[in-house]
Design a protein around this ligand. Structure first.
Ligand code: HEM
Length: 456
């Protein structure tokens, strides 16, 4: 099959002189400025399998659901995660699940998925509720409340409880140091200088990784000794059907990656939802009515039943995908939609591009959560039309966790606060690593009078 494709396929087109971008950096800065404009230009010029200069070499960008599907489903095992992601995010998330491949990935995923069963999620939701209430209690009403940093702190607080079981021996100042260490590791993705040199993002990320490892190793013996409900302890005790378990180093590696995977992604989703609900008060009221009816202590089934909020979350993930692209490296020659891609090529898969294609969505840039409602289901226009969590064997393992966390936090906020955002506001997005609003995303925040809340 692959052999036939190889003989009937065509070579990857050469990059036109005017598309080469800067020396060494290639189109890196164009991506940081406006990824969608870059992708549209590539699609127009080259089609769904486009060459692009990036970090000193020619990468391939897959545009549209057909091309993305080939790499994500990875039928001929030509696409590997580890070499591609570690080039992008450096050695700072080494041996996280997303960076493992093939047999080894399968073994680790089989163990880890037991930390994400419905029963486990129920215990995480129970731990989230008090963390959310405490973490938002000090959100003081203000006309320009900086939503993004507040949400970032909130998701960190939630992680401290749900992932760590409350890092009780760690002071607030130490937790902030840990937070800065995360940020340093995550920001390595946007580093222009990829060497351990003074004053570089790379050096800060190296230091960050050390801080995170020390922090986790400090708690490891206690987590091994007693099985508790937090994710850290679960990872220490999980076994697959054949009795395979994680080593201490595995646990540390997985925890560093999981905290990274969970933190910025949920933060971006929540802050996008705050923006969009602030700009669409009719949806804010609709979601609030459901949350009022549900009451203050929802379980997982209760959160699942927040239908309007679910539509808004899907639409937010479509409009601003927290992970706009995922990367792969070809480990053998392969073919995508009749274009040959040689072994050793970096491949960029672009969910965000699919999310805004007029061929797949009506009025794609409009906020229209109903497009996900049963009678429309625009996301079914193609199996890979909506892929904020990726697809194939590396599909996000935390997607149900993320849904529960985002809904639990929004549910609480809807009951206790209300907010407005100017209809024409568009946050300036920093795309150097995961896309975040660089202005802090101000919202006009008010507390709801207790009398308006249905008690419970
Ligand atoms: C809205 C929030 C989230 C989004 C949009 C998101 C997105 C993604 C995407 C696109 C991938 C696939 C990467 C690839 O194919 O290379 C991924 C993988 C992963 N995510 Fe998430 N994620 C979110 C939240 C979370 C949370 C909360 C957790 C954990 C609690 C988590 C854990 C993971 C893990 C472990 C993987 C690697 C799976 C594997 O390689 O087998 N994610 N995520």
């Amino acid at each position: 099959m692959i052999l036939v494709e190889m003989t009937t396929s065509r070579a990857l087109p050469a990059v036109r002189r005017e598309d080469r971008g800067l020396p060494v950096l290639g189109r890196h800065l164009d991506y940081a400025r406006d990824p969608m404009a870059l992708f549209r230009g590539l699609a127009e010029e080259y089609g769904a399998v486009a060459p692009m200069r990036m970090l000193g070499r020619t990468a391939v960008v897959l545009l549209g659901p057909d091309a993305c599907q080939v790499a994500l489903t990875n039928r001929d095992k030509a696409f590997a995660n580890g070499p591609a992601w570690s080039e992008l995010v450096g050695p700072f998330f080494r041996r996280g699940l997303m960076l493992l491949d093939f047999e080894e990935h399968h073994t680790h995923r089989r163990i880890m998925q037991q930390a994400f069963t419905r029963d486990r999620l129920e215990t995480y939701v129970a731990a989230m509720r008090p963390a959310i209430a405490a973490g938002t209690a000090h959100w003081e009403p203000r006309p320009a409340f900086a939503a993004y940093p507040a949400v970032k702190q909130l998701t960190l607080d939630i992680a401290a409880d749900v992932f760590m079981g409350g890092a009780t021996e760690t002071s607030r100042a130490e937790m902030e140091r840990v937070n800065r260490a995360f940020v340093a590791c995550v920001q390595s993705a946007g580093a222009l200088v990829r060497a351990d040199l003074p004053f570089t993002r790379w050096r800060r990320a190296h230091r960050g990784r050390r801080v995170l490892e020390d922090f986790l190793r400090h708690y490891l013996p206690a987590k091994r000794a007693t099985r508790t409900d937090d994710l850290f302890s679960q990872l220490c005790h999980l076994e697959d059907d054949e009795g395979a378990r994680f080593t201490d180093q595995d646990v540390v590696d997985h925890m560093v990656f999981l905290m990274m995977a969970a933190h910025d992604t949920s933060t971006i989703t929540l802050s996008t939802m705050l923006q969009l609900l602030g700009q669409h008060p009719e949806w804010q009221e609709r979601c609030r009515a459901e949350s009022e009816a549900l009451g203050p202590r929802p379980d997982l089934a209760g959160l699942d039943g927040l239908t309007a909020l679910d539509l808004v979350m899907r639409e937010s993930l479509r409009l601003r995908a927290p992970v706009p692209v995922v990367v792969r490296r070809t480990v053998r020659d392969t073919v995508v939609l009749d274009v040959r891609i040689p072994a050793g090529t970096t491949v960029v898969v672009t969910p965000q591009y699919s999310h805004l294609m007029p061929e797949l969505w009506s009025d794609p840039t409009a906020f229209d959560p109903e497009r996900f409602a049963e009678d429309r289901r625009e996301d079914r226009s193609h199996r890979f039309a909506w892929e904020p969590f990726g697809g194939g064997v590396h599909k996000c393992l935390g997607l149900h966790f993320a849904g529960a966390e985002v809904k639990a936090a929004m549910h609480h906020l809807l009951r206790h606060h209300q907010w407005r955002v100017a209809p024409g506001y568009q946050p300036p997005i920093d795309n150097h690593s995961l896309p975040f609003p660089s202005d802090g995303q101000p919202i006009d925040l008010q507390r709801r009078p207790a009398t308006e809340r249905i008690p419970g």
